[in-house]
Design a protein around this ligand. Structure first.
Ligand code: ADP
Length: 264
């Protein structure tokens, strides 16, 4: 007999407010959750942490502008044996009573709303048009979606009729001490170095650079910290881990490095 697979360790997550309790409540009551917040602020890590904490399988889908309802629900495939049906991640999560997490949901095609709406309200039902099957989601199932409100344009905003089906949580970059604890833990660096990086990150976020599509995320601070821990000189680490990922424009990168030079 095979020994059971060891349980994956609980992914580290530094809570920033009452999100753990709210998410747990929503799950217990069968309500879907929407998480809004800038890129790299911990949305995905939070969902991974909660799935493991609640003991639920997690299916994560990175949404893109070509993602259709069929990609979520499943499709018929043709193999040597003929045609067979393959469940998509949403259908698997429903069957197994797990979490289906749709990252950047506003990127997905509009036809996905047709399958998400009946799952996100009292019906908790998934209708698989191609097979004629109708699945009622078991109590464990939870739909979680996230998006970055900063990215939205008029065409890609989340429709109010969709948004109003969710319990919504707003995430943002943590306060300096909390963010330093995250960076220290994730990169395995001393708290002092983590705090310096976080202060640099905060200064970079204050820059109102027209050319910057993204602000400096916790993820980038973790990258820079890891490079430093690996032996890269701090300035080089900040160039490769922070400034270059933030902009393609050489002048903007130089301006970001001026801020780096004040801190390192
Ligand atoms: P996104 O909001 O884009 O989904 P992620 O969840 O992938 O961002 O976060 C990016 C990285 O930042 C994570 O891999 C983790 O290292 C770190 N991070 C951000 N916030 C937290 C947090 N609250 N607790 C632990 N790690 C965090």
């Amino acid at each position: 007999m095979n020994a059971p697979a060891p349980l994956a360790p609980l992914p580290f997550y530094q809570p920033l407010g009452n999100e753990v309790a709210l998410f747990t409540q929503a799950w217990e009551q069968g309500m879907p959750v929407l998480i809004k917040g800038p890129t790299g602020c911990g949305k995905t890590r939070f969902v991974q942490h909660m799935a493991r904490r609640l003991g639920l399988p997690l299916y994560t889908v990175a949404c893109h502008d070509d993602l259709s309802a069929a990609d979520l629900v499943g499709r018929h495939l043709i193999g040597a044996e003929g045609t067979w049906w393959q469940d998509g991640p949403l259908t698997r999560a429903v069957r197994e009573g797990g979490i289906c997490y749709l990252d950047e949901v506003v990127e997905a095609r509009q036809d996905t709303a047709v399958v998400l709406h009946p799952l996100a309200d009292d019906r908790r039902e998934l209708f698989i048009e191609r097979t004629g099957e109708s699945l009622r989601a078991p109590p464990g199932f939870m739909l979680v979606v996230s998006y970055n409100p900063g990215y939205q344009n008029l065409l890609k905003g989340m429709k109010p009729s969709t948004r109003q089906r969710f319990v919504a949580l707003r995430f943002d970059y943590p306060a300096a001490e909390e963010e330093a604890r995250i960076v220290a833990n994730e990169a395995g660096v001393e708290l002092g170095l983590a705090l310096r990086l976080v202060q640099l990150g905060q200064a970079l976020r204050r820059l109102e650079q027209q050319d910057l599509e993204e602000v400096c995320s916790t993820r980038l601070l973790v990258f820079a910290a890891r490079l430093i821990r690996g032996g890269v000189a701090p300035r080089e680490a900040c160039l490769a881990g922070l400034a270059e990922p933030l902009s393609d424009d050489a002048r903007t990168v130089a301006a970001l490095m001026d801020v780096v030079d004040v801190h390192f």
